[in-house]
Design a protein around this ligand. Sequence first.
Ligand code: FES
Length: 107
Amino acid sequence: MNWTRVCSTDDIADAGLKDIEIAGTKILVTRSGDEFFAYPLRCPHLDEPLSTGMCDGETLTCSFHLWQWNLRSGKSTGEAEIDLLKYPVRVTGKDVEVDVSQVLDYD
Ligand code: FES
């Protein structure tokens, strides 16, 4: 694994969405309680940024055409035809670290 610190745990509120760029890779970091998750920033539908979406409990919703996924698994929970790809995340102290060494692409 190639861990990179992306933010502090204090930088994202519960159910918050934050877009972050790491070495040219744009990701979405989300939080549910004490757990953090990271996905490619672009929606697999039409490439719009998921950071403008909504997070309600366990559900992440893209604001453009309302595709939805389980926040923890990235699995589709509604009309979304594609599951989200996930980056590995770990929390070390107050540091949220993500491994973006693997290229995740919906094409
Ligand atoms: S761009 Fe996200 S649902 Fe269409």
